[in-house]
Design a protein around this ligand. Structure first.
Ligand SMILES: [Zn+2]
Length: 88
């Protein structure tokens, strides 16, 4: 026996199949029983390994952009030096 924490109905929970997982929801206010809710943070933790890969791609791209900038600035400085020495 368990009461709904939202509408306080006694034992209103019924098992419902949602997204392939069986969850218990209150038939009066559709509140999901808390024990089943704990699966959602676990999924978010699993996604963090994917964001680690995204971070690596992001930093790789950032380093690539810095290298391109250094080459472009290097060529601009080299061009400026050539022009400077032509005036001497
Ligand atoms: Zn309820």
């Amino acid at each position: 026996m368990s009461n709904c924490p939202n509408c306080l109905a006694s034992n209103p929970f019924k098992k419902v199949d949602r997204d392939g997982a069986v969850i218990e929801i209150c038939e009066y206010c559709n509140t999901i029983k808390e024990e089943e809710c704990e699966e959602y943070p676990k999924k978010q933790v699993q996604n963090k390994s994917d964001t680690g890969l995204v971070d690596k791609i992001y930093y790789g791209w950032l380093i690539f952009m810095v290298v391109i900038s250094v080459i472009v600035i290097g060529f601009a400085l080299f061009d400026a030096f050539i022009k400077f020495f032509k005036y001497l």
